[in-house]
Design a protein around this ligand. Structure first.
Ligand code: ATP
Length: 317
């Protein structure tokens, strides 16, 4: 019997099918807490999730449509969406794999360009400076012959010296005197290690703010406070966390920074300086453990819901 009061079975079937997505989590292992959390939430929402170790992926070009392989398996058309969680050591290859999925029309929570931009602190800060986002005074150079002048350009010691591609606070050094700053900077220049110099935001008092943005919305925020005898507030360096409500200005900076870098999901780090909030970094694969514990917000679920909205829209086109 066909009645207008009965649901249209084809319509229901089509929509049910559409709601279940095949999602690739580009990460090295499910043993990584954040990767596991995202997989759990995706499954809870009824999606199929597969861990794709991007270091084991290859791309074949020059023979029709580019193909993406995981080992020998062709995964080119297997997924509606990808969630990249690309580690620091494999950024270049990981971003190339993401790019290929993107070019093949698969929705990604982070554009490959965004991943490479966010990985490089200088590149991030250059973009922020151009867009008028406040950052600490920063200088980069490779010249070992005028280090004294470089330190002077930042107003003298103390200065922060950072590896351009460091994470978890490793490679962030506070040099309190001109002598120590000079010898550390000289060493890095002579080792051909890319660094940047930054004015020390002393008044932040070892605190920073991590704001999580998912799809043009601030979903969670916390303050991180460094341990005694430590200026770095990273959780990996023993920093203590506490949920906070950021100011409108801080939210605005976080949302814009995420947009300017081309990311759908980001962890934006700010410090409260004497002149207002300054951005220090944007993470394209923010850790979820600390922020979910501090705020009680299910960030992983927000990420999956963001994927649902966008990948389904793409599928319908
Ligand atoms: N200019 C600065 N002045 C004072 N403290 C700073 C400055 N820059 C960074 N810090 C402190 O050092 C910590 C680490 O800095 P940053 O976030 O740049 O490094 P990271 O290794 O990339 O960390 P992440 O794991 O967040 O990627 C910050 O959380 C902050 O507490």
């Amino acid at each position: 019997m066909n009645s207008k009061f009965l649901p249209d079975i084809d319509f229901l079937f089509e929509n049910c099918r559409e709601l279940n997505m095949d999602i690739a989590l580009l990460s090295l292992s499910l043993n990584v807490h954040s990767t596991r959390r995202i997989a759990q939430e995706a499954e809870k929402l009824g999606h199929y999730v597969e861990l794709i170790d991007h270091t084991k992926c290859s791309v074949k070009l020059g023979d029709g449509k580019p193909k993406i392989f995981l080992g020998e398996e062709d995964v080119t058309n297997e997924f509606d969406a990808i969630i990249p969680r690309i580690g620091a050591k494999v950024t270049r290859h990981g971003a190339a794999i993401v790019k290929q999925f993107e070019m093949n029309g698969v929705f990604s929570t982070a554009r490959s360009l965004g991943i490479t931009r966010a990985r490089n602190k200088v590149r991030t800060l250059q973009i922020m400076a151009r867009k008028g986002i406040p950052i600490p005074e920063t200088l980069f150079s490779i010249n070992p012959d005028n280090i004294g002048e470089q330190i002077r350009l930042l107003g003298g010691p103390p200065v922060i010296i950072k590896l351009q591609e460091g994470t978890q606070g490793l490679g962030v050094i506070l040099a309190e005197s001109k002598k120590s700053a000079k010898s550390i900077i000289d060493t890095f220049y002579k080792m051909d290690t890319s660094i940047l110099l930054q004015k020390y935001v002393e008044e932040a008092n070892g605190e920073d703010i991590r704001i999580i943005v998912v799809g043009r919305k601030v979903v969670a925020s916390m303050k991180r406070k460094s341990e005694i005898d430590e200026f770095r507030s990273n959780v990996h360096r023993g920093g203590q966390t506490e949920a906070i409500e950021p100011t409108q200005r801080e939210k605005h900076i976080a949302l814009n920074a995420t947009k300017y870098l081309g990311l759908g999901v980001a962890g934006v780090d700010l410090m409260r300086s004497r002149t207002g909030p300054v951005l220090i970094e944007v993470n394209a694969s923010p850790g979820l453990k600390g922020i979910e514990a501090a705020t009680g917000v299910n960030v992983a679920k927000h990420i999956i819901q963001f994927v649902e909205k966008n990948a389904l829209r793409k599928r319908k086109k």
